[in-house]
Design a protein around this ligand. Structure first.
Ligand SMILES: Nc1nc2c(ncn2[C@@H]2O[C@H](COP(=O)(O)OP(=O)(O)O)[C@@H](O)[C@H]2O)c(=O)[nH]1
Ligand SMILES: [Mg+2]
Length: 406
């Protein structure tokens, strides 16, 4: 029989390139037999000791199958394998959509007893991460009647599919291979959901990495703004911001030229956000400016204010996370308060630039993953920054704050 996979969901296949399936189950459940029968390669009798990487593939079938060591009855051994599987799934999760694990085939031998069945809690926990299809292997039709309803009763399991991977002939019956096409068909119908999730995972890990670069860039800008060489501060800040955007771009897989990067940095300057932020920082509610002396003071007072604000404020959580990152840098005290405020203002502007840029990169990357036309990065960034400016003005009630009397 000619097996087919993926052509009913061409968009999803384009996004993930191939569906990566991890086959799990007890030793002897029939994992290796299933894989070799599906992909048409000879069975090696060897027991699998580690996850087969690279996975097994067959030309023309956009599916890649990872064999795993069997889950033994011996608890210690079983825990070791479970740990190995969990680590592998997690390790792949932060990679590109095509490198993540997309689905699990959980093989259960039709002759299994309740006592030897892998624990349901573990399967449920895996199913929270990935779609799980239960495969009843060597399903001769004479299997114990409890098994299929039992598996169907586990709500986290997406589908239960009986399979006979290789002809089974006994004095009582002769069963030809069946079910492999149903297994592929069932998996195929999860592809849209799988692709969506894989893109989200990839995006999240890029955004998380980028946020680290944002904190780093802001801390450097803060230092630069406190250097005792006023003439050099502005060009240095511009350079640091441009480097930061270059690093974030690389995280998303792009190498933009310096000209575009400096144009992107300039976007933040055109919005007037620096003036607004300076005004906010100079007028923090309930703050006696004679009592605050250091960058640390300014940051912690700003943090108090942020915490009290509506969750609708864009970047509220990220800004709150950003502050300790800046504070860790802990510059020597002794700067006049106005210089502390100026430095924090520029650092926070840099933060807004980075956070807006990460959002812009997400939109850009999403379009690339989905095969849509790529948006103009500069226009996207401008649009995001402007939107947030409006929200910030509303959030901070700008206009109602009296100007700081110096
Ligand atoms: N006839 C037949 N034998 C099977 C089938 N699946 C597994 N087996 C046999 O069951 C034994 C264990 O299978 P194997 O694939 O090595 O299990 P694994 O430990 O899960 O990889 C082997 O002797 C296989 O030949 C099947 O669909 N039909
Ligand atoms: Mg095996």
């Amino acid at each position: 029989m000619v097996l087919s996979f993926g052509h009913r969901f061409p968009t999803a296949i384009k996004q993930i390139k191939r569906c990566n399936v991890l086959v799990i189950g007890s030793t002897g459940a029939g994992k290796s037999t299933l894989i070799s029968s599906m992909l048409n390669f000879p069975i090696s009798d060897s027991v699998t000791n580690s996850i087969s990487n690279p996975p097994y593939q067959k030309p023309g079938l956009p599916i890649a199958i990872y064999d795993t060591p069997g889950l033994e009855n011996n608890k210690k051994q079983q825990d070791r394998v479970k740990d190995q599987i969990a680590k592998f799934i997690k390790q792949q999760k932060y990679k590109e959509p095509e490198d993540q694990i997309h689905a699990i085939w959980y093989c259960v031998n039709s002759q299994v007893t309740r006592e030897t069945l892998i624990d349901r809690r573990w399967i449920s926990s895996i199913a929270k991460e990935l779609p799980v299809i239960a495969v009843i292997t060597r399903a001769s039709g004479v299997e114990k009647s409890w098994l299929e309803p039992f598996l169907r009763g586990i709500s986290e399991i997406k589908k239960v599919i009986p399979v006979m991977a290789v002809r089974e002939k006994t004095p009582h019956y002769d069963i030809k291979p069946y079910g492999l096409d149903s297994l592929l068909f069932g998996t195929e119908h999860l592809l849209e959901e799988i692709a969506k999730k894989a893109i989200l995972n990839a995006m999240k890990s890029k955004a998380d990495k980028s946020f680290g670069l944002c904190i780093d860039g802001c801390a450097k800008v803060l230092t630069a703004r406190l250097l005792p060489v006023p003439m050099m501060q502005t060009p240095l800040v511009a350079t640091l911001q441009s480097w930061m955007l270059a690093d974030i771009s690389k995280t998303f897989g792009y190498n933009f030229d310096g000209k575009l990067l400096s144009e992107l940095c300039a976007v933040i300057g055109t919005t007037g956000i620096e003036v607004e932020l300076a005004q906010i920082l100079n007028n923090l509610p309930g703050v006696n400016y004679d009592n605050i002396q250091t960058v640390h003071d300014v940051l912690s007072q700003f943090g108090v204010m942020l915490n009290g604000m509506t969750d609708a404020l864009p970047f509220k959580d990220q800004l709150i996370d950003l502050l300790p990152g800046l504070d860790n840098f802990n510059p020597v005290s002794g700067f006049p308060i106005f210089r502390c405020i100026a430095a924090v203002t520029t650092a926070l502007c840099t933060g807004f630039l980075a956070l807006a840029y990460i959002e812009a990169m997400k939109i850009y990357k999403q379009a690339e993953y989905e095969g849509e036309p790529l948006p103009d990065i500069k226009e996207t960034l401008k649009y995001l920054v402007q939107q947030w400016m409006e929200a910030i003005k509303i959030g901070f009630g700008i206009g109602s704050i009296p100007a700081f009397a110096n």
